[in-house]
Design a binder for this molecule. Structure first.
Ligand code: OAD
Length: 233
């Protein structure tokens, strides 16, 4: 028997119980305007120090954060499920990897990576970045930026993600409000192909009508339950 291929999209709600603020939830209101003002190439061109400081703060905020039961359940799904599982995350934290997930696309980039705009190097990065930080490869200063997809930029891995959505038989969205495109449109692509679509979120997301199955509750509860159900079938 072949097992249906599963594509899973995650958003900041899956990391909320690990102590990382969501963007639009109560804990994230403080962040929301700051993100809109700073997460774009124009802001970086105008005031790179300020943009670096914002991302330095967020990168430091990852120190000591651990994956929660939802991240661990998805890693277990990948390890134990006999079919294909692709994880696509909008999150810039590294908690899916920390839990052991391997088949993973960070469509909005990664906080713990830097990108040199001079030589195109992408490299793991744990420290603060400043406009004086030299690229470890080409040694240019002022060219390193957080490897984050900003508003107005094209998310990473889109061709591979859309190809996976073409063959998926289950699409599951976890901890995302369904407001930021193109990720918010994945469910519609899947649904139009007749794919079974599952929503796991604290509350109905903005595009909840596109899902054929919904479970509302904290990710640390609903995700392990869903994984158990998939692994039983
Ligand atoms: P949002 O803050 O928009 O949505 C988070 C969702 O998680 C909300 O629907 C919450 O109800 C839900 N949630 C909160 N706590 C939860 C919990 N414990 N368990 C389950 N669900 C929970 O965040 P995203 O959808 O990830 O883009 O935002 C998408 C993108 O918008 C982000 O990647 C970011 C942002 O602007 C960029 O930075 C490019």
């Amino acid at each position: 028997m072949t097992h249906p291929a599963i594509v899973i999209l995650t958003g900041s709600g899956i990391s909320a119980e690990s102590g990382i603020d969501t963007f639009r939830g109560a804990g994230g209101l403080r962040n929301r305007n700051v993100v809109q003002d700073l997460a774009n190439p124009q802001a970086f061109a105008r005031d790179p120090e300020k943009v670096h400081e914002f991302y330095n703060m967020r990168r430091r905020g990852l120190i000591g954060k651990e994956p929660n039961a939802a991240h661990h359940a998805l890693a277990r799904l990948e390890a134990e499920y006999p079919g294909d599982v692709l994880m696509v995350t909008q999150n810039v934290d590294d908690l899916h990897e920390a839990a052991g997930t391997q088949n993973l696309f960070h469509m909005h980039g990664e906080l713990r990576k830097a990108w040199c705009q001079a030589c195109d190097l992408r490299t793991p990065w744990q420290e603060d970045l400043t406009i004086e930080t030299p690229c470890p490869y080409c040694e240019e200063t002022g060219q390193l930026r957080p490897d984050i997809v900003w508003f107005g930029e094209v998310p990473y891995h889109m061709d591979a993600i859309l190809a996976a959505l073409e063959t998926a038989e289950v699409f599951t969205s976890i901890g995302t409000s369904g407001t930021v495109y193109p990720a918010a449109g994945f469910v519609e692509i899947a649904r139009n192909r007749g794919v079974h679509t599952v929503e796991l979120n604290l509350e109905p997301s903005d595009n909840h009508w596109d899902f054929s199955e919904s479970h509302h509750g904290p990710a640390t509860e609903v995700v392990p339950q869903w994984v158990d159900q998939i692994l039983r079938t």
